[in-house]
Design a protein around this ligand. Structure first.
Ligand code: SAM
Ligand code: SF4
Length: 352
């Protein structure tokens, strides 16, 4: 591994003496303070709802380097982004990704960044947990749809459950809080959900259930996988006492406390529109494409302005222009059987 500190000398992307730039506010008055960075489109799993079995990945030459990803994220931090989440694809399969985490951790030290976190499938977590903690990562999201090894293989196609459970334990030992993300899948993990929630809460993890979203071509018909969380919630409410919590993240999750387990349970229902008015986030892909909304195709290329100049002026101008295009809300629908996905790009491109 090449040992270098590509962040050396870099502040939050601001040149000495440059005019301070304003924060990022869109035309609906929403301040953008949360950036998700997809650091790779590659993954060691092929989850049935996320990818096709034979995925074509981007040529490596199209990817931003770790240095460029650092510059890009730092430009957003200079504009008031206070939370950064690394995702993918699987972020921990990108070579030397811990160098990016280490570089970005300087913004934690300076106080510009309140949180640096990641979403991972957990397969490589055991060997990285201590270093992530050392670089200031305090919580992570681990995706886990089942604790049954055979079901795990069926859903992920290529994944093994044991290393993921090891990874979760290693994270906790390192002092990192873990939130479990579980996609609710009709006929697959549907029956196991109450037991999965009980397990997560017993281990001290929050858990959030997610509805499948129509992103990218997969082999299965999404209407077969789609399981409305309203139905799940009604079933859970018949068994447990669920109390709504006021907690909001600016994202689509809504939380309840489960009296019987004492734990916090989230529901992400992306197919409803009721969270868009408080949306505080944008997403950038590993090729430097900025998506202003997970559920819309409109995008801005940040790679060209990033590479056109060593200063960040062109980059900031492109970000400002993109902000004027952040849409009011998304357009997801899963209604017609066999219909094409609402968006052609896979979740592994934008990272969810
Ligand atoms: N590989 C990492 C992981 O699985 O956590 C990070 C990237 S993954 C795309 C981020 C999250 O998106 C995961 O929790 C995954 O379950 C979820 N996801 C992927 N495709 C989805 C889809 N079509 N609908 C809903 N959630 C999806
Ligand atoms: Fe990989 Fe995450 Fe997509 Fe599963 S959900 S295939 S782990 S990127």
């Amino acid at each position: 591994m090449r040992e270098h500190d590509f962040a050396a000398g870099g502040g939050a992307g601001r040149e000495p003496g440059a005019v301070p730039r304003t924060g990022l506010v869109d035309r609906f008055g929403r301040a953008v303070t949360y950036l998700r960075v997809s650091v790779t489109d590659r993954c060691d799993f092929r989850c049935v709802y996320c990818m096709a079995e034979a995925m074509t990945f981007l040529p490596r030459k199209d990817l931003l380097t770790l240095e460029e990803l650092d510059r890009l994220a730092s430009a957003f931090i200079a504009r008031g982004v206070t939370r950064v989440r690394l995702t993918g694809g699987e972020p921990l399969v990108r070579r030397d990704i811990l160098q990016l985490v280490r570089a970005l951790s300087r913004h934690l030290a300076s106080g510009a960044l309140a949180e640096l976190t990641l979403t991972t499938n957990g397969s490589q977590l055991a060997r990285h947990a201590d270093e992530l903690a050392a670089h200031g990562v305090r919580r992570i999201n681990v995706s886990l749809d089942t604790r049954d090894p055979e079901m795990f293989r069926r859903i992920t196609r290529t994944g093994d459950l044991a290393p993921v459970l090891d990874g979760i334990r290693a994270a906790r030992r390192a002092g990192i809080a873990v939130k479990i993300n579980t996609v609710a899948l009709r006929d697959l993990n549907e029956a196991e959900l109450p037991e999965l929630i009980r397990w997560a809460h017993g281990e001290g993890h929050d858990i959030t259930l997610i509805e499948t979203m129509p992103l990218g071509e997969i082999e299965a018909d999404r209407t077969d996988q789609y399981l409305p969380l309203s139905a799940i919630r009604a079933r859970l409410a018949a068994r447990w006492t669920l109390t709504d919590l006021p907690d909001r993240t600016g994202g689509p999750a809504r939380y309840v406390r489960v009296a019987e387990t004492g734990g916090r349970l989230g529901f992400i229902t992306p197919l409803t529109h009721n969270f868009c008015e408080s949306c505080n986030r944008v997403r950038v892909t590993c090729t430097g494409t900025l998506y202003m909304c997970l559920g819309q195709g409109d995008a801005a290329d940040l790679r060209a302005p990033l590479r056109a100049s060593e200063a960040d002026d062109l980059l900031h101008a492109a970000i400002d222009e993109a902000m004027t295009r952040k849409p009011r809300g998304h357009d997801f629908v899963i209604e017609r059987r066999g219909a094409a996905p609402a968006l052609a790009r896979h979740m592994s491109v934008t990272g969810g």
